[in-house]
Design a protein. Structure first.
Length: 563
């Protein structure tokens, strides 16, 4: 590992801001009904010290694991820091997990305790918490949790703050980040304090961030991107973080934050686009944007409506961004930098460079990151000082994750162009062979399929079939439209035309036989998507594969599942 300066490590950054800016507001937390609570650096450090003293008083072995199960909030970040200050290892859990997965992670990690925070589905998760496990609630925790567990505020009120400046070595294990489980059970990815310090240092060289920046934290902090970009970006720069209250208030939360840096997943960028199109039809918007003076006014109005009029850096990742979507946002004056990474490398692998036209790629590697593709399989492989220490309790899987010469196997296929930019072309294991003996890479076709305004999510499949087919989960607007005979017919006509336009761009063996429309949502609860909105292909196959041959031979271009 490249050496990292001690003053860049997480706890040392907290001590720095505690001394340098104790009275500056750094966290803004919505408390419901329009009320917000601000935290200064001094208040953050004081509460972290008190909670760390409480955790340390439990007498657990150094390096013991302590879990966090909560939506993003100020106490989430303070819990993480308190766990580290006390000498322990944090284990974040997604706030949307089923109780079986909650239990699996808490049991596998051997967590000694769990912070139970802001949650929408606590009653469904509660059975997953092992009986007798000590838990701590927040001010925004569900009523049941606040009644039954020791409260954060009460603990801080009765516990003197931990003194001094306890530090953790760069090589020490900081956290277990459990993968979202697209291919099976989540794996606990082990990362050190030095990994995080190096990763955010490399990130800032490509995407400059500073003390005057503002960010809205709303994607799960259990996810690697939010953890590195938001938590460690905050600690490194001292910027102000705002939190989202709820899905219903998201637009207001965004307006409150007025972020200067904004990261989102493709699914939300698409929803933003659809929301704008609902207010202004695409043809009219394009016409207005093409007018010299009016175009500028329209751009400003749309940016302001989104809450992004102060945004100087916009980014996307976690799944491919369709080129047409990137180009659409560019017309609005919002250039989205597309990034690529994974939990195993702290998401610091590639990202497009601000101000450069690298759309269609995920940009060049970050400084300090080496990349290559396997000449036989096309697999992308990389190495850096942010690579995981391994999978917790899984030595065999840890070995398999790396090549013999120490490069991380990403499992993704890609190519590196003459400018050094990486283009993702699919997953090594997602390739399937049709009945004609031809291999099909589903990801590029899914990108095209997902550009239709009615498509929420989709999967291209078809192993051993004559031609591939697309399974499409319709969004709520499309499902409502299909409830009438006229709306259903219009939807079928539109999607048939969409299919025809896609097939015109594909090689003969890739062309879709038909599109299958699904009206039941794919959710975390029914185990069809991960908490990061990635579709679980193996589960899709389990549920729908018995119908494939019938759909292929139906003679229809648009087929309704269950009809």
């Amino acid at each position: 590992m490249s050496s990292v300066a001690p003053d860049t490590l997480a706890l040392q950054r907290l001590y720095h801001w505690e001394q340098a800016a104790p009275s500056r507001v750094t966290l803004t937390q919505p408390m419901g009904q329009g009320v917000v609570q601000d935290f200064t650096w001094g208040q953050v450090a004081d509460q972290v010290r008190r909670m760390a003293a409480h955790l340390q008083s439990q007498g657990w072995e150094p390096g013991s694991r302590v879990a966090i199960l909560s939506k993003n909030c100020a106490w989430w970040l303070m819990s993480d820091l308190a766990i580290w200050m006390a000498g322990y290892v944090s284990v974040p859990l997604y706030p949307t997990l089923a109780h079986d997965t909650v239990n699996q992670i808490l049991t596998h990690s051997e967590a000694k305790a769990c912070f139970i925070g802001k949650l929408d589905g606590w009653e469904g998760m509660k059975p997953g918490v092992p009986e007798g496990m000590p838990c701590i609630s927040y001010a925004l925790s569900p009523d049941d949790a606040r009644r039954n567990y020791d409260g954060w505020d009460a603990i801080c009120a009765r516990t003197p703050p931990l003194q001094g400046a306890p530090v953790r070595d760069a090589q020490e294990l900081a956290t277990l980040i459990y993968t979202s489980g697209t291919t099976g059970k989540p794996k606990g990815v082990m990362h050190s304090f030095g990994n995080f310090a190096w990763a955010i240092g490399a990130g800032i060289k490509r995407i400059p961030m500073g003390q005057e920046d503002r960010m809205l934290s709303y994607l799960p902090l259990a996810h690697v991107v939010e953890r590195v970009l938001v938590e460690h970006g905050w600690l490194r720069t001292g910027m102000q973080l705002f939190f989202a209250d709820s899905l219903d208030t998201f637009a207001l939360d965004l307006q409150r934050a007025q972020p200067t840096i904004f990261f989102s997943v493709p699914r939300l960028w698409v929803k933003f686009q659809q929301g704008i199109h609902h207010k202004m039809p695409p043809a009219k918007l394009n016409r207005l944007l093409s007018l010299p003076l009016i175009g500028g006014l329209v751009r400003n109005k749309v940016q302001k409506a989104l809450g992004l009029n102060h945004c100087r850096i916009a980014a996307g990742g976690a799944a491919p961004m369709p080129l047409s979507l990137l180009q659409w946002y560019s017309k609005l004056g919002i250039d989205i930098n597309e990034g690529y990474g994974m939990t195993e490398n702290l998401a610091v692998s590639h990202i497009t460079e601000p101000g450069k036209n690298q759309q269609g790629s995920v940009g060049p590697a970050y400084d300090g990151v080496d990349h290559r593709t396997d000449p036989d399989t096309g697999e992308i492989q990389m190495r850096s000082s942010a690579l995981m220490l391994g999978y917790y309790k899984e030595p065999e899987q840890s070995r398999d994750a790396f090549t013999a010469d120490g490069w991380l196997r990403t499992g993704d296929k890609g190519r590196i162009d003459a400018q050094g930019c990486l283009h993702i072309t699919g997953r090594v294991k997602d390739l399937f062979k049709t009945g004609k003996g031809k291999y099909v890479a589903p990801a590029p076709i899914e990108d095209k399929l997902g550009t239709h305004e009615s498509v929420e999510a989709c999967v291209v499949t078809g192993a051993n079939l004559g031609q591939p087919l697309g399974i499409v989960m319709l969004n709520a607007d499309a499902v409502a439209k299909a409830s009438s005979t006229e709306g259903k017919a219009a939807l079928e006509t539109s999607l048939t035309a969409h299919l025809k336009s896609i097939n015109a761009t594909l090689d003969p063996h890739e062309q879709l036989q038909c599109i299958v429309l699904v009206t039941t949502p794919w959710t975390v609860d029914n185990d069809l998507i991960t908490p990061t909105f990635k579709v679980k292909r193996n589960r899709i196959e389990d549920i729908y594969s018995a119908n494939y041959e019938r759909w292929e031979t139906s003679g229809k271009k648009v087929v309704w599942f269950g009809q």
